[in-house]
Write a protein that binds this ligand. Structure first.
Ligand code: HXH
Length: 333
């Protein structure tokens, strides 16, 4: 495929869908970019527990419905993100009316009701779900992160979440999604968790590698090893939240208003190598999603440092292809 094609997702037609994470406002501000350059979307926030189910008897489907309609009208795929997570989940989920913690039975009922309602509603729009997000502990010997889900339900909360999702939509592809997924210690823990769940019969079809990467970490070969490791469990792999920060993890505040040429050239080289690796792994990879459509819409402007501008994506703030995008699209294989 040569640079002559002007669409990122068309250039990758023979490989995997290319997605972007968006919110409802981007349907107005980024509609052309989305419909021409991408063929998949993920809701950045509006399908998470708190926004979509803010109170016990109230669901707020408007924003998610708008995204699902946009995907349908434009012939795009849609990933579902996310059903069971320790963040952006309202307190009421874990509490009785008097504020005491709910029982295991009550929490399982609430999890089931939530999953059946949300997954059932988007059955014909969402083809795969990040059922559980970020359940593995970063530090220490324990595999599972200490969360309310674990504390109240116990270690089988993941198995239950996958079973409930599968009941609600037997044809959906069910993913486990996590970050620091190329770190050797965390990779071992994630692999052990997935192996264990698969042995217990959990309907898990894929591993979502978030791919929030930096200018020097991880190396393309570490990414390849992670993809091969997860795929060796007999499941597919998707890159679910990719961005390449221009800052190192330890960097502090920065006043830059525009990226330097060196920054963008270095990033372009990284993107080129990483996408070459992804193409080589195409047998395992069924989707690649960027966590934003363009550099004017990235969570990294406020994370991990508030109000520090970042330029981590493939399209610039004017929605034009960056050098990184040209290199990602310019391949001969
Ligand atoms: C993702 N988490 C989520 O999956 C996605 O839903 C969200 O919109 C953005 C990113 C990435 C993440 C994971 C851990 C984390 C921060 C972000 O925790 C840290 C907190 C402080 C410092 C480092 C990590």
């Amino acid at each position: 495929m040569s640079i002559s094609t002007s669409s990122l997702s068309k250039a990758y037609k023979a490989y995997f869908p290319i997605g972007a994470a968006i919110g409802p406002r981007h349907l107005r501000t980024h509609a052309d970019l989305l419909s021409t350059q991408y063929n998949s979307i993920t809701a950045e926030n509006c399908m998470k527990f708190e926004p979509i189910h803010p109170e016990p008897d109230r669901y707020a489907f408007e924003d998610a419905d708008a995204l699902a309609n946009f995907a349908r009208i434009n012939g795009m795929k849609m990933r579902g993100h996310t059903l069971v997570w320790h963040n952006q989940t309202p307190k009421w989920v874990f509490e009785n009316l008097d504020g005491t913690p709910v029982s295991r039975e009550t929490l399982l009922k609430r999890m089931q009701e939530h999953i059946h309602t949300v997954v059932g509603r988007y059955k014909n729009s969402v083809y795969c779900w990040d059922v559980v997000n970020e359940a593995v502990a970063d530090e220490g010997e324990d595999i599972l992160r200490k969360t309310k889900w674990l504390e109240i339900i116990g270690e089988d909360y993941l198995l239950k979440a996958y079973q409930f999702t599968h009941e609600a939509d037997p044809s959906a592809l069910l993913f486990y999604n996590d970050y620091n997924e190329t770190n050797p210690a965390k990779m071992r823990k994630i692999t052990q968790l997935l192996k264990n769940l698969l042995e217990r019969g959990a309907p898990i079809h894929g591993m979502g590698m978030q791919a929030h990467y930096g200018p020097s970490h991880p190396k393309a070969e570490d990414i390849r090893l992670a993809i091969e490791t997860y795929a060796s469990l007999g499941i597919k792999v998707q890159i679910t939240e990719m961005d390449l920060s221009v800052y190192e993890r330890e960097d502090g505040p920065c006043e830059l208003r525009k990226p330097t040429k060196e920054m963008m050239d270095h990033q372009a080289t990284r993107y080129e190598r990483i996408f070459a690796t992804l193409r080589e792994c195409k047998a395992a990879i069924t989707g690649v999603t960027l966590w934003g459509a363009a550099d004017d819409a990235t969570w990294l402007d406020n994370f991990p440092v508030r109000r520090r501008k970042n330029w981590p994506l493939l399209f610039d703030e004017n929605h034009q292809p960056k050098e990184a995008c040209r290199r990602v699209m310019d391949f001969q294989d």
